[in-house]
Design a protein around this ligand. Structure first.
Ligand SMILES: Nc1nc2c(ncn2[C@@H]2O[C@H](COP(=O)(O)OP(=O)(O)OP(=O)(O)O)[C@@H](O)[C@H]2O)c(=O)[nH]1
Ligand SMILES: [Mg+2]
Length: 368
C-alpha cells in the first residue's frame, strides 16, 4: 500500500518528523491528525516568523493541469506595489486560461481615489504586458471589501472548473482565500498561514470547493529588483504599509533633498521649484535638507539611528546606488520598486534617486 502524503494546511509543504531544519517539520507522530507544521503552528499562534529559504516555485508543474483544463486563474496584485506584483515569468504558464485580476490592499490607498480609475490603471498594465484579462476587481482582505463581488465573478467565470489563486509573494493570496472560505464554506478560522514577509506559502494548498472542483493557493515568487528582494525583514516591517497611506507634499527648490528613512534619498538637482508628493508607508521617516549637506546628514542620521528604518547593509550614502532621471513634460510618478512613488508635474527637472543596490526605479503615468 502506498504511503499517504500528509501536507501542512498552513503552507502546503509535506509534513515530516525527522529534520527540524527543513520545511514541514513537526515533532508529533504522523498519524493523520496533524494539520500544521511547527513553523505554521508558531506563526499562527505566536506570530513568530522563522526564516525560510525562498524557493522559486515550479510554475510548469503547478499550472500544467490548469492550462489543460482551462481552469480559472485569479491573479492577485498588490495595488500599492503594482509593478512589483506583475510577474512576467508566470505568464507563459497561464496565458491560455481565463484570468480574473483581483487588485488587493485597496485599504492602503487613499479612500478619495475612484475604484474605476484604479481598475483602468490595472487593466492597462496587463494590456501593456500583452495579457488578456476578463475583469479587475479591487479588494481588501483586511476590510472584507468586495469579497461577494469576487465570489460572484469566480462563480460566473470558472464554469465548474478549478480555481488557481496566483501572483507575487505577499500580495495577500492566502489572506484572500481565508476570507473567501469564511463566506463560501462558513469557515470561522484563518486556516492558511499568512505573514508580512515573502515566501509564506511554500507549496500549493488544495481546498475542495464542492464535489468536483477545487481552489488552489499557490506559492508566490519574490519579485526581483525591488526592496522586498534586497532588504531585511526589519526594514520590510516599516516600508510595507499597514494602513491608509497619508501622502506628504514638499515644495522644493533645486539643490534640496529628501532623505527617505536610512534606505534611500531623493535629490532635486536642477529645474524650477516644484511640488513633490511622496506616497510611502507612514512608518518611513522623511527628512528635508540642503543637497550640499545631504551626504553628511544622511550618514549622521543613520549612524545615530535617528531615522527609521535603517538597514544593516546601508551604513552611509556611499552604500546607495545613484539613478539619474530627467523628467518629461507631463505629470508622472517616479516609482521606487517596493517602497512607493513620488508624484510630480514634470518639466525637464533633473532628479537623482539613491537606493540600495538591486532596486529599480521607473517613471510612469500617474496611478492616482
Ligand atoms: N493592508 C492590507 N494588508 C493585507 C491585505 N491582504 C493581505 N495583507 C497582508 O499582506 C501580507 C501578506 O499576506 P499573505 O496572505 O501571506 O500573502 P501571500 O500572497 O499569500 O504571500 P506568499 O504566501 O508569500 O506568496 C500579510 O501581512 C497580510 O496581513 C489587505 O487587503 N490589506
Ligand atoms: Mg500565501
Amino acid at each position: 500500500m502506498s504511503k499517504i502524503k500528509l501536507t501542512c494546511f498552513g503552507c502546503g509543504c509535506e509534513l515530516q518528523n525527522t529534520d527540524p531544519s527543513t520545511t514541514g517539520y513537526t515533532p508529533k507522530p504522523l498519524d493523520g491528525s496533524i494539520v500544521l507544521c511547527q513553523r505554521c503552528y508558531r506563526l499562527q499562534h505566536y506570530g513568530e516568523n522563522q526564516d525560510e529559504a525562498l524557493i522559486k516555485p515550479d510554475y510548469k508543474e503547478i499550472f500544467s493541469k490548469a492550462m489543460k483544463k482551462k481552469s480559472l486563474i485569479v491573479y492577485v496584485v498588490d495595488l500599492f506595489a503594482l509593478e512589483s506584483s506583475i510577474i512576467r515569468d508566470l505568464f507563459p504558464y497561464i496565458f491560455d486560461c481565463p484570468i480574473l485580476v483581483v487588485a488587493n490592499k485597496r485599504d492602503i490607498l487613499p479612500k478619495s481615489i475612484n475604484d474605476n480609475k484604479l481598475r483602468e490603471f490595472v487593466f492597462k498594465k496587463f494590456k501593456d504586458e500583452g495579457i488578456e484579462i476578463k475583469d479587475v476587481i479591487c479588494s481588501s482582505a483586511f476590510k472584507n471589501y468586495n469579497i461577494d463581488e469576487i465570489i460572484a465573478a469566480i462563480n460566473s467565470l470558472r464554469q465548474n472548473n478549478d480555481v488557481y489563486i496566483v501572483g507575487a509573494s505577499s500580495v495577500g493570496k492566502s489572506s484572500l482565500i481565508n476570507v473567501l472560505l469564511k463566506v463560501i464554506k462558513n469557515e470561522t478560522r484563518d486556516l492558511i498561514s499568512t505573514s508580512p514577509y515573502p515566501g509564506t506559502t511554500i507549496a500549493t494548498i488544495t481546498i475542495p470547493i464542492d464535489n468536483h472542483s477545487k481552489i488552489y493557493d499557490t506559492p508566490g515568487i519574490v519579485p526581483s529588483n525591488t526592496m522586498y528582494a534586497v532588504m531585511e525583514k526589519n526594514v520590510l516591517k516599516y516600508i510595507i504599509p499597514k494602513s491608509e497611506i497619508k501622502p506628504k507634499t514638499y515644495q522644493l527648490n533645486y539643490n534640496q533633498a529628501i532623505i527617505i528613512g536610512g534606505i534611500a534619498r531623493f535629490d532635486f538637482v536642477k529645474g524650477k521649484r516644484s511640488g513633490f508628493t511622496f506616497y510611502l508607508s507612514n512608518n518611513v521617516d522623511l527628512h528635508r535638507c540642503k543637497l550640499e549637506k545631504a551626504d553628511a546628514i544622511f550618514d549622521s542620521l543613520v549612524t545615530q539611528g535617528k531615522i527609521k528604518p535603517t538597514s544593516s547593509s546601508i551604513i552611509s550614502s556611499a552604500s546607495l546606488v545613484l539613478h539619474e532621471i530627467i523628467l518629461p513634460t507631463d505629470r508622472v510618478d517616479i516609482v521606487i520598486l517596493g517602497l512607493g512613488w513620488i508624484n510630480v508635474k514634470g518639466s525637464g527637472q533633473k532628479i537623482n534617486i539613491l537606493v540600495p543596490e538591486g532596486v529599480n526605479i521607473l517613471v510612469r503615468s500617474p496611478k492616482i
